[in-house]
Design a protein around this ligand. Structure first.
Ligand SMILES: O=P(O)(O)O[C@H]1O[C@H](CO)[C@@H](O)[C@H]1O
Ligand code: HPA
Length: 292
């Protein structure tokens, strides 16, 4: 009755143990890089890198702009693990599998997860190149029953009915605004609501108009499922969208969403996005439960 997604406790534990045997330190911070935003890992010192294809039972990246590497390293004294490449529903994996790395992060010792993504701007005040601090999400596939926590609940990870009204840590959002201000980034740092769709087709004009009316500021095909699983197992979450293109909302527009533009905008803004994330990480406090 319940198909095995291959991402239960034992499977996650086996992958986490395999990794822990090969890295010098448990990471406290887990980072997931969005399309074209994998450069975040480059700032890590003393790197230990695994190709996803070398990690037993780990899913494989299939999307251009997602390198498919797991990088462990130190950022200003903080042990981190960084996914250069995430998994999306449209790649054909079950939703439980695309979110499995969050459970592996938890078992590795991660306390805070930072996610980035590339997204289309629905908010008419947003410009291409803006960075949106995600304050909330709309799980559109969830309305059709696609939720990574579907199936028997494993209490070792979390409760059956996790709260999501506090999904995005408010203190970290506040700190990110402060960091943005200190770095002189306030012109392009915003905040808003991210809406996930299944993809891989980009949205129609009617869909973009609808999402905007529903309260979404940006639209993409990732992040939300990972956030749900990360929160379920008690990790703190901070997430950013890079607005790589403006969602087309007007029938007279000649613009067409395309992945090349998404990757190009990523290249142009990636250094500042990385600086924002790295500065935030250096300021974060951790309990470091596993260090004792
Ligand atoms: O969300 P990330 O992984 O950044 O990728 C975004 O970019 C792709 C579309 O260009 C989609 O996969 C969308 O979700
Ligand atoms: O416009 C978009 N729509 C959905 N996903 C995206 N990822 C980058 N841009 C977009």
């Amino acid at each position: 009755m319940f198909p095995d997604s291959g991402s239960g406790y034992e499977e996650c534990k086996a992958i986490a143990s395999w990794l822990l045997e090969r890295v010098p330190k448990r990471p406290l911070v887990g980072i997931v890089c969005g399309s074209g935003l994998g450069g975040l890992a480059d700032g890590l010192k003393d790197q230990v890198t695994f190709s996803y294809s070398d990690i037993p039972n780990f899913p494989q990246s299939t999307v251009h702009g997602h390198a498919g590497k797991l990088v462990f390293g130190i950022l200003k004294g903080k042990p981190c693990v960084c996914m250069q490449g995430r998994f999306h529903l449209y790649e054909g994996y079950p939703v439980q599998k695309i979110t499995q790395p969050m459970r592996i992060f938890k078992l590795l010792g991660v306390e805070t997860v930072i996610l980035t993504n590339a997204a289309g701007g629905l908010n008419q005040d947003f410009k291409v190149g803006d960075v949106m601090i995600i304050k909330d999400h709309i799980n559109m596939p969830g309305f059709a029953g696609i939720n990574p926590l579907t199936g028997p609940n494993d209490d070792r990870f979390g409760v059956r009915f996790p709260c999501m009204s506090d999904a995005y840590d408010r203190e970290l959002q506040h700190m990110a605004h402060e960091v943005a201000s200190e770095l002189g980034y306030t012109d392009f740092v915003r905040e808003g609501v991210y809406c996930v769709l299944g993809g891989p087709s980009f949205e129609t004009i009617a869909e973009c108009r609808m999402l905007h009316r529903l309260g979404a500021d940006a639209v993409g095909m990732s992040t939300v499922h990972e956030v749900i699983v990360a929160r379920h197992c008690g990790m703190r979450v901070f997430a950013l969208s890079l607005i790589t293109n403006k969602a087309v909302m007007d029938y007279d527009s000649q613009e067409k969403a395309n992945h090349e533009e998404v990757l190009q905008t990523g290249k142009e803004r990636s250094k500042q996005l990385e600086k924002l994330v790295c500065t935030l990480i250096t300021r974060m406090e951790h309990d470091n439960n596993y260090a004792h």
